[in-house]
Design a protein around this ligand. Structure first.
Ligand SMILES: Cc1cc2nc3c(=O)[nH]c(=O)nc-3n(C[C@H](O)[C@H](O)[C@H](O)COP(=O)(O)OP(=O)(O)OC[C@H]3O[C@@H](n4cnc5c(N)ncnc54)[C@H](O)[C@@H]3O)c2cc1C
Length: 318
């Protein structure tokens, strides 16, 4: 076991866990201070509107239409907008899905804001205390794993792969372990993020691997870059040619970081796979831990830097 204290580099922010619903509510509250912003919760987009060779708005599921100088599609990894715009996504191979477990009592975790990664035999799992205080546990479900996850006795299985302090806690709360939620992982990239009148951002054009939780970071950083390019152009009257010309520049600025982050995530997965598939390697690591632990720790921290701070400089300039 090694620990990585936060922040592990001088002059950086400590990595912390943020409640996603609370963050989204705070963002909506901020946006609502602008009179141009309209929040329409629960209103799905059903189709794109076209005018000549440009996207000119959207049709909503309730039949209403919204005209727009520019449509930004950020509707997640199964994006309907991407499909309607015929923007192909190249799926990158990804050999794991995740099962998410939640347990209200997280008292076995000694400190806040600590992420545990546990490798036990061929199994990997991660756990942490969520912003709401519950224990969240992710179990890697590898390709060709014969486990029928819906009928497994999870308290026993999780405990068997856990160190004693965690096993004890899981068995004590066996009754409270909720049925896991399956996160079927999609990793991919669209070669093209825009067509005239439409820009796609976030998971809709580059769903990320769950390794080192990059999805939200990358989606936010897309938005900052898009704002830097678009806000100066969204002045009355809007020149749609200028807008359309800016769209590929947003992709060009964001794509290198997405490619590199996905490559780093892949390397991480490959390293875990080597360990999983080689009992010899696992044996060597285990028997040399007092000496190898500082080396593994240093290597982990080095790779961590790019994934948590980004590869390119992204700053809001508008
Ligand atoms: C269980 C789970 C745990 C995760 N944990 C983490 C984590 O810890 N850290 C991390 O960085 N990432 C995590 N991710 C990934 C992260 O949630 C995504 O990468 C990130 O939210 C992408 O942001 P986005 O805005 O591009 O898309 P999303 O957050 O998926 O948002 C898309 C939005 O579009 C809406 N939508 C979809 N279709 C339509 C439509 N037709 N009309 C209107 N609206 C529509 C959806 O309802 C949704 O609100 C997790 C994902 C899952 C599923």
């Amino acid at each position: 076991m090694f620990r990585a204290p936060e922040p592990f580099q001088a002059n950086t922010w400590p990595c912390t866990l943020v409640s996603q619903p609370a963050l989204l509510e705070a963002l909506i509250a901020q946006a609502q201070q602008h009179r141009q912003f309209t929040w329409m919760p629960g209103t799905a987009v059903k189709a794109l509107l076209h005018q000549e060779h440009r996207i000119s708005g959207v049709q909503l599921a309730d039949g209403r239409t919204l005209e727009a100088d520019l449509v930004i599609g950020a509707d997640g990894r199964h994006s309907l907008v991407r499909q309607q715009a015929n923007l192909e996504m190249e799926t990158l191979s990804h050999a794991i899905d995740l099962l998410w477990f939640k347990l209200a009592d997280s008292s076995c975790l000694p400190a806040d804001n600590t992420l545990y990664a546990i490798i036990s035999g061929r199994q990997t799992m991660g756990l942490f205390r969520s912003a709401e205080g519950s224990l969240q546990l992710a179990w890697a479900l590898y390709e060709n794993d014969p486990t029928d996850w819906k009928t497994t006795d999870w308290s026993q299985k999780l405990a068997a792969a856990s160190p004693p302090w965690l096993a004890q806690h899981l068995l004590k709360h066996a009754e409270d372990i909720e049925r896991p939620l399956l996160l079927s992982v999609v990793v991919g990239r669209c070669p093209q993020w825009s067509i005239p009148g439409l820009l796609m951002l976030g998971d809709a054009v580059h769903p990320m691997s769950p390794i080192r939780a990059q999805g939200i970071n990358m989606a936010f950083r897309d938005v900052i870059v898009a704002a830097n390019h678009l806000v100066p152009l969204l002045q009355d009257p809007v020149d749609s040619n200028m807008l359309d010309q800016a769209l590929p520049r947003i992709q060009a600025e964001r794509e290198p970081e997405i490619i590199q982050a996905q490559a780093l995530q892949n390397q991480e997965l490959a390293q875990g796979d080597r360990l999983r598939h080689s009992p010899l390697l696992r044996g060597i690591v285990k028997s040399t831990l007092p000496f190898s632990s500082p080396i593994i720790r240093a290597s982990w921290l080095r790779r961590q830097r790019q994934l948590r701070q980004g590869v390119t400089e992204v700053r809001l300039q508008v």
